[in-house]
Design a protein around this ligand. Structure first.
Ligand code: ARG
Length: 476
């Protein structure tokens, strides 16, 4: 048994057997097959083949009858694939050959389907169709997460919390402003996938193995059938056959965009994990997206967000895999490129899952407004406002910063909150603090003082919420 595994198969490979004396070793077959993962491309592969066949008919290589037989045969296979009835064979290596072989057995005319085509331009076409599909899927899922963030923001416009730099209390912000920061980030991720859609929207079909074909094909025709078109409906096709079959930059872009979305998700997750801790206690996560401990009865762990943080590492890894794979390859197609698919599919699946889980967890989350109020009552959060107050009394900022710093030192020495120092102590540091200095510590007023574009003032935040609400209206 073991020996035969290394031995060549008697049966020659059906697709290219012509110039070989023996078939591949079983070990080699197992090693080189990709159908176990690229069968996921079947719907795109079938669409690509139908468009190619339509083009072959248009240029007179296939008769109408042959074309229709091929088209219907491919439809039948697609149906079987969807129903899980199609029998995938690893000895037929990949999704392309599996489909072609079965089709040819059923429809003799399919022996002409691979005319003027190679698996190299075929797989490049499949990938672009997959990417366009994946981007469109991601649009709505990103929007759902933005909506969940937005709804939570809307409810918490006047829930104030400390904003942090260096994970040290810095200045007060509203929960809404903090959550809207992520809405901005995810909106840029959205745009990145839109741009990628445009990059992918060029048909490589007709590039052949490397140098096109001597046959009179019509690349723009098949491009149109596959909707590789601009807004006016004009066909868009790739302009260099060698580039078209050898680059995987679109997949690198895709996995990097997924990684970046993952990085944003991971930072959101980290905030939620911190806020959910007893030390912060700002947020309560829903039971449905937390888990218990097998040992400690009191535990309610934020596993949803921990897994999102963990999975983002995987997304970065997938992008790194692709970049490393491509960087040293001579033009054009090399078999290494078959390894592009598992990381791409994984990035897509995990990004979709992370976005959905984040949205689900946020939809059920609520803020502990008492805990938030306790944290934001720290008067040190308004130390900068006090310096700004001095600036309004014409004190140069550097000096104002120094004077307030002295008050902070004094409050530490006297073990008093900054806003509880006596007027006498404060005026002894500098007369320009005047009689009104303590008014700076009115939090509501302090927030209202931040009403410039992009700031956490309540009016500005409300405007931004209205802006996103309009943009995120559910379509259809
Ligand atoms: N399964 C292959 C891949 O994904 C298809 C292209 C194979 N081309 C070739 N000449 N071996 O890369």
């Amino acid at each position: 048994m073991k020996e035969s595994f290394f031995m060549a198969e008697k049966k020659k490979q059906v697709t290219w057997g012509g110039r070989f004396k023996e078939g591949p070793a079983a070990l080699m077959q197992d090693f080189s097959e990709s159908v176990s993962f690229d069968k996921r491309l079947a719907p795109f592969d079938i669409l690509g083949s139908q468009a190619h066949a339509a083009m072959l008919k248009k240029v007179g290589i296939l008769t109408e009858k042959e074309y229709l037989a091929i088209r219907d045969g491919l439809d039948a296979i697609l149906q079987e694939v969807f129903e899980g009835e199609f029998e995938w064979k690893k000895e037929l290596e990949d999704v392309h050959m599996n489909i072609e072989q079965v089709l040819t057995k059923r429809v003799p005319a399919a022996a002409k389907l691979h005319t003027a085509r190679s698996r190299n331009d075929q797989v490049a076409t499949d990938i672009r169709l997959f990417l366009k599909f994946a981007c469109e899927e991601l649009y709505e899922i990103i929007r759902s997460l933005m909506r969940a963030l937005m709804q939570l923001a809307e409810k918490n416009q006047s829930t104030y919390i400390p904003g942090y730099t260096h994970l040290q209390r810095a200045q007060p912000v509203s929960v809404a402003h903090h959550l809207l920061a992520y809405v901005e980030m995810f909106s840029r991720d959205y745009v990145r996938f839109e741009e990628l859609y445009d990059h992918a929207n060029y048909s490589p079909l007709g590039s052949g193995a490397i140098a096109g074909t001597t046959l009179p094909i019509d690349r723009e025709y098949s491009a149109k059938v596959l909707h590789f078109t601009d807004r006016s409906g004009k066909a868009q096709v790739t302009q260099n056959s060698m580039d078209a079959v050898s680059d995987r930059d679109l997949l690198i872009e895709f996995t990097n965009h997924c990684a970046l979305t993952g990085i944003h998700l991971s930072r959101l997750a980290e905030d939620m994990i911190l806020w959910n801790s007893a030390e912060f206690k700002f947020i309560r996560l829903p039971d449905a997206f937390t888990t218990g401990s097998s040992l400690m009865p009191q535990k309610k762990n934020p596993d949803s967000f921990e897994l999102i943080r963990g999975k983002s590492a995987r997304l970065i890894g997938n992008a790194a895999t692709l970049m490393t794979m491509v960087k040293g390859l001579p033009l054009t197609y090399n078999r290494d490129l078959q390894e592009d698919k598992p990381p791409v599919f994984d990035s897509f699946d995990q990004t979709v899952a992370c976005l959905k889980v984040a949205a689900g967890a946020l939809e059920g989350a609520s803020f502990d407004t008492d805990a938030c109020a306790r944290a934001v009552a720290d008067p040190l959060l308004l130390a900068t406002d006090l310096a700004d107050y001095l600036v309004k009394q014409k004190v140069p900022f550097r000096e104002a910063h120094h004077l307030v710093g002295r008050l902070v030192g004094l409050s530490e020495e006297k073990k008093l909150p900054l806003n509880r120092l006596s007027d006498a102590d404060v005026l002894a540091v500098d007369k320009r603090f005047g009689k009104q200095w303590r008014k700076v510590f009115n939090l509501d007023q302090a927030m209202k003082n931040r009403e410039n574009i992009g700031m956490p003032g309540p009016r500005i935040v409300k405007e931004r919420i209205d802006y996103w609400k309009k943009k995120l209206v559910r379509k259809g």
